[in-house]
Structures are given as C-alpha cells and as structure tokens.
Ligand binder design. Structure first.
Ligand code: GLA
Length: 385
C-alpha cells in the first residue's frame, strides 16, 4: 500500500485525518546468528519493507489499535497499558507503551493508531521488531521523550521479552532503529558500539528465499538456546571467569571446552564461538571487497547452525543446499532465528533467474511448499514520513 492509501484507510477507520506517519524496517542478517545474546557481533541490514504506523491524539483516555493485517480492533484504557493480553498481535505495540510507562513517562491522552506492514510474517525478517520499533519511534516523537535510537531499540527488545516472552537479543530492534541505506550494521552486542559498512556489491545481489515453512520462531526453542548458552557459560566459569561465550577465541575455547560437561551446551557454545570469529572475518572481507571469502564464510555458518545449534530444519536445509549447487552463488545460509523462515544468499546477477527457477523447483518438489524470493534492497532505519 502507498502512504496515501494508508492515510485514506486511517480516515475510513477513525473519521479524521492522521496527524503523523512513521515507518520502521524489517532486517536481514548477513552473518552472526545467535551471537547477539552471547555478547557477540552481528551484521544485519535494514530492508526497504517494514511497518507503517499512523496516529492521531484522540483527546480521550483510550488507545485504539487497528492493523490492516489483522482482524481485531483493540481499545484499551490508559490504565491498561502495562499488562500483556492473551496472545494477540497487539502485544508488540502494547509492550512498547508499557516500557514508556515503566520508565515513568506519563501518557495523559489517548491515541488512534493504524498499522500496516509488508514484512512477510513469520519469515524471520523481523516483522515484530519493526512493529516494536515503529511504535517506540512514534511514541518518542509524540511524547517528546528524547530517547536516542539505541534506547528505542532496547525498549523494543524489552517489549519482546515481557509481552511476547521471547528472550531475544538486541539485533533485530537495533537494525530497525539504526539501519542505513546501502549499509550493513556491524554491531557489537555487548557494548552496542556499531559501524555502518557500505554494501557495494558489484554484479552481485542479496537474495532472500522464503521457505514459507509453517514453523514460526518458536519462543520455547529459542529461549531454550538462550539457557543452553547460559549453562555453557556457567560450566566454563569453573575454569575461567567469563560473562559471555563471545569473549572466547576459538583457541581459548578449545583449551577449556572440556569444562562444559553437558554435550548439548557444548555444541551450542562451539557454534557461538565459531560464528563470532566468522562474523569478524566476514566484515573484514566485505570491507576488502572480497565477496568470495564472504561467501565461503556463509556456508559453514549454515552448517554450524544446522548441526551444532540445531535451528534449521528440513526446509531451511533444503533451501541452502539447493542454493549451494547453483553456479554463481557465492554463499547461502539461513538468516534470523531459524526454525523456518528465510535464507540469505549472495548471487551473481547473471545467476539470479536460474537460482529462482532451479532452487524454487527443487524446494517445492522436496518440501511441497511454493517458496518466494526477494532481492533485498537495503533501506534506512526508523523515520517519520
Ligand atoms: C531472532 C532474535 C535475535 C537473534 C536472532 C538469531 O531474530 O530476535 O535477537 O538472536 O534470532 O541471530
């Protein structure tokens, strides 16, 4: 939908014009998976698709939430903004309102809100983070709270923890808040220092392949990975003081890995330590315009997520393995939380059509689901339109 169509939809829904329109993007992570909550670094890009939020102050004491993507309209009193509802989409924006209230911000007047997004749902491209961040960005502007983009990302992350019960890291919300056109964000998730690295891919495109797998990011399995990593840290602490797995080089890990007696925690830790190293190597490769090296790091990242972290599944594995067979594919791996969702591939321009035809057909034949492909356009972070 265009912004004009959204404005018209707002008038149709509320009988008055919207006072402001905001946008926050989804993201694709190039490399650095399941490293963020382990104090490691990540390398995502904001996408050109995302979530739009239109609003007006309504002069009353309720907040009305509508989404053109969802059937329910939810109206809540200003005193009801700090309690999650039972499993509805509105928990994402509501969770953000709650964070403002918890920070002592007074919300004196209600809002009429209309939301629409074009990030495919459940695809691992952070539709939820884009919804959280667009809400945080809008409230920050409306309530004149003056939080910087990093704080807005942290507000979104807390909303996800407390209202969606996924103990996620900061990557998705950070990318939605701080993304920049044609750049990837090299973010240190411990210090929150970041660098924007220009993505100038001559003759190569970033191709996103959506498995359309019915699995969603399963909060149970995700949270389990978070606690398995904590367990690995606890066991390593018997031989070396450590806050995060990402503090260890691969050599250091090898020298103390026997302290992790739990075999599952051990595999998880091995993935994280290797992925942190690969992320740093990949960033250097991109800066040096060495896409071949970048691609060479992507494939083992997928394998490690498959075998050690166990977050891929048949759909993502099939998509990546079929991609690896195509001439002109520089690298391909799952992106995001896993358990379904998307892969990200670097593909030479002349191989894009073959990729879509061959990988699409092989995937559909094996899995029985028609996949979808998008050429990623790297866009900016949250903004007022
Ligand atoms: C999800 C989470 C992120 C990150 C990724 C895996 O997208 O929201 O914080 O952990 O999974 O890299």
């Amino acid at each position: 939908m265009t912004v004009q169509e959204l404005k018209t939809a707002f008038v149709a829904a509320y009988g008055q014009e919207a006072e402001a329109v905001y946008f926050a993007p989804g993201r694709v992570n190039l490399i650095g998976e399941h490293t963020d909550y382990n104090g490691g670094s990540v390398f995502p890009c904001a996408l050109s698709f995302g979530t739009y939020l239109l609003l007006r102050k309504n002069g009353g004491k309720t907040v009305k939430f509508r989404s053109l993507n969802q059937p329910e309209v939810i109206e809540l009193g200003l005193e009801q903004l700090t309690t999650p509802l039972d499993k509805v989409w509105v928990n994402y924006p509501l969770g953000v309102f709650a964070q403002f209230v918890k920070r002592g911000v007074e919300i004196k007047e209600g809002f009429d809100i209309l939301i629409w997004g074009d990030v495919p749902n459940g695809a691992g491209l952070s539709s939820s983070a884009s919804l959280e961040v667009v809400t945080a960005f809008a409230l920050n502007d409306q309530l004149k709270t003056g939080y910087n983009r990093t704080v807005l990302a942290q507000i979104g992350q807390k909303a996800e923890h407390e209202f969606a019960f996924v103990m996620c890291g900061i990557m998705d919300q950070f990318a939605a808040a701080n993304g920049a056109k044609d750049s990837a964000i090299h973010l240190n998730c411990d210090t929150l220092q970041f660098e924007l690295v220009p993505v100038k891919l001559k003759g190569v495109k970033i191709l996103i392949s959506n498995t359309h797998s019915p699995h969603k990011l399963d909060s149970g399995a995700y949270n389990q990975r978070v606690s398995e990593c904590k367990k690995a840290v606890e066991q390593l602490n018997t031989v070396r003081p450590l806050k995060y797995l990402a503090e260890l080089t691969e050599a250091e890990f090898k020298s103390i890995e026997s302290a992790i007696t739990d075999p599952v925690a051990h595999k998880r830790a091995r993935h994280v330590v290797g992925e942190v190293q690969s992320t740093s190597d990949a960033v250097k490769a991109l800066k040096a315009n060495d896409l071949v090296l970048f691609g060479k790091l992507m494939n083992p990242s997928h394998v490690s997520l498959r075998d050690d972290y166990e977050v891929t599944g048949p759909e993502l594995d099939c998509m990546a393995e079929e991609a690896w067979k195509i001439d002109g594919v520089i690298g391909s791996r799952m992106t995001g939380g896993g358990f379904g969702g998307c892969t990200v591939s670097l593909v030479k321009d002349e191989a894009i059509d073959t990729f879509i035809a061959k990988v699409g057909a092989a995937y559909e034949a094996k899995i029985g689901i028609k996949p979808e492909f998008y050429i990623a356009e790297i866009g900016d972070g949250a903004c007022k339109l």
